[in-house]
Design a binder for this molecule. Structure first.
Ligand SMILES: *[C@@H]1O[C@H](CO)[C@@H](O)[C@H](O)[C@H]1NC(C)=O
Length: 205
């Protein structure tokens, strides 16, 4: 089970606005996120806090163990971590959506020539709509950064009805260009928050 549901006011004050917002769009009446189930090496359920907004139309997730590392002393298999979020969604009749972008906040510590990448992919149960996006940064780099990763090949959800949105996140660190260097990346938080900016793109169908 998830640790807790935070009240909305706490969630908003705890999660700063992200840079480069994509223009907000109205959410059609009747849309709601009904459940969020995390699984994977990067997000065992006890390591994740999530909150839905009051209308259940947007979510924020805070991770405490979603980190990857490489370099001298790093344990085997720790260079890549994944997290799958299965979101139950009710889609109003006559509407469908694509996932426009994922906002995330990540901490990096990368030595020279050490790279960290993040990849996101989504799919729906019951439709062929999918999307992927990936980005890479290279050291030297240290600090917290806000990212907006847009899906440029986004496909739509089913038209109306209840379905599951499967969002897979993957982070990895690669030090093959500098095997004496180390790297660490951690995703701290991820949003799809209509109270801040909507990352679902809606259309009639
Ligand atoms: C590899 O990383 C180490 C540790 O930061 C640094 O001292 C060294 O200059 C780096 N080597 C290269 C080729 O960038």
């Amino acid at each position: 089970m998830l640790k807790a549901l935070l009240p909305l006011a706490l969630a908003i004050s705890a999660i700063p606005a992200f840079a480069n917002p994509i223009a907000a769009r109205a959410v059609p009446a009747g849309f709601s996120i009904t459940s969020i189930s995390p699984s994977g090496t990067g997000c065992p359920p006890s390591s994740v806090f999530y909150v839905l907004n009051a209308g259940g139309t947007a979510f924020s997730i805070i991770f405490s163990e979603f980190s990857a590392e490489a370099g001298p002393g790093a344990s085997a298999g720790s260079d890549t971590k994944t997290c799958t979020l299965n979101l139950g969604v009710n889609i109003p009749a006559g509407y469908r959506f694509t996932l426009e972008a994922v906002d995330s906040r990540a901490f990096y510590h990368l030595d020279s020539q050490v790279k960290a990448s993040r990849e996101f992919a989504y799919s729906f149960s019951g439709s062929t709509g999918t999307g992927t996006t990936s980005s890479e940064v290279s050291g030297p780099l240290q600090g917290d950064f806000a990212h907006t990763d847009a899906f440029d090949d986004a496909g739509p959800s089913p038209c109306g009805g209840s379905t599951t949105l499967n969002l897979v996140s993957k982070i990895s660190v690669d030090n093959t260009a500098n095997t004496s260097g180390m790297g660490f990346v951690a995703i701290d938080a991820m949003d799809s928050n209509a109270a801040l900016d909507t990352r679902f793109r809606w259309e009639a169908c």
